[in-house]
Design a protein around this ligand. Structure first.
Ligand code: MLT
Length: 256
């Protein structure tokens, strides 16, 4: 992996392929490796940049109490550090919340935006309360709380679960707590999403047990030029469950 030092903190990333820059932002509480199955389908078309969000994988902690903008600001710094003024940005789930935050902070940096198994709305009060409760449990009992709760729901295909479980268990509990708080506090992004005039692609598994496909259908209604790609065989992890189809949908960013 490559390391870029940003304000004294190490941000780990992989960069591979040639073409227009495409930043792939992983979800919670995972790391860049989740995108690996897509790379054979993308690297002939894009200069693919795969960061580990601050606190996850090989990246240093953002410090206590990150907000969703903390992660987005680090990605803006990464792009700047790589000398890229603009990029296509695709975010998976929490990575989508981060991508939307990047769009809010630096709309001029986006060549296009893809949300993969994500949503533009903020949390409901119930979902927020659930996240704070989970965060308390993680602080007390560790990453296994989230691994046990999430692994069965992440993929419609049980074959993916052991790998996802292991990946979650490798993440640091305090960063999982930070991610939960950041997601709970994120704002509604409907306005920014619907105001973007760049290519927009929504990719969603019809069997997503964490973020129902209805959220993507609602987002598609908000932005008439958004392309919605529903994947019948996928749950919450389209990059693992339907990699060729997910990559083909991402390539549409650059052909609209
Ligand atoms: C994710 O997969 O990044 C999270 O489950 C998203 C969420 O909980 O809203």
């Amino acid at each position: 992996m490559n390391i870029l030092k940003i304000h004294g903190k190490r941000l780990a990333y992989v960069r591979v392929g040639t073409g227009a820059p495409l930043l792939l932002v992983h979800g919670f509480p995972l790391d860049h490796s989740i995108w690996d199955p897509l790379l054979p389908f993308l690297t002939d078309y894009f200069d693919v940049i795969l960061p580990d969000l601050p606190g996850f994988g090989g990246s240093d902690s953002p410090g206590p109490d990150p907000v969703i903008e903390t992660y987005a600001a680090a990605l803006a710094d990464l792009l700047a550090g790589l000398g890229l003024s603009q990029a296509f940005v695709a975010g998976h789930s929490m990575g989508g919340y981060v991508a939307l935050s990047l769009a809010r902070l630096h709309p001029q940096r986006l060549l296009g935006l893809a949300l993969v198994a994500s949503q533009v709305l903020a949390d409901t009060p119930e979902r927020k309360a659930g996240r704070y409760e989970t965060a308390e449990q993680v602080a007390r009992y560790g990453a296994r709380v989230v691994a046990e709760a999430m692994s069965p729901k992440l993929s419609a295909d049980p074959a993916h679960r052991p790998v996802l479980n292991e990946l979650i268990l490798r993440q640091r509990p305090e960063e999982i707590v930070g991610g939960l708080h950041a997601m709970a506090g994120r704002p509604d992004s409907s306005l920014i999403f619907s105001s973007l005039r760049v290519p927009l692609v929504l990719i969603h598994g019809q069997a997503d047990a964490l973020i129902p496909v209805e959220r993507a259908r609602e987002a598609a209604q908000m932005a008439p030029h958004a392309v919605l790609v529903e994947l019948p065989a996928a749950g919450h992890m389209p990059m693992l469950e339907s990699p060729a189809e997910t990559a083909a949908a991402l390539r549409r960013l650059n052909s609209m």
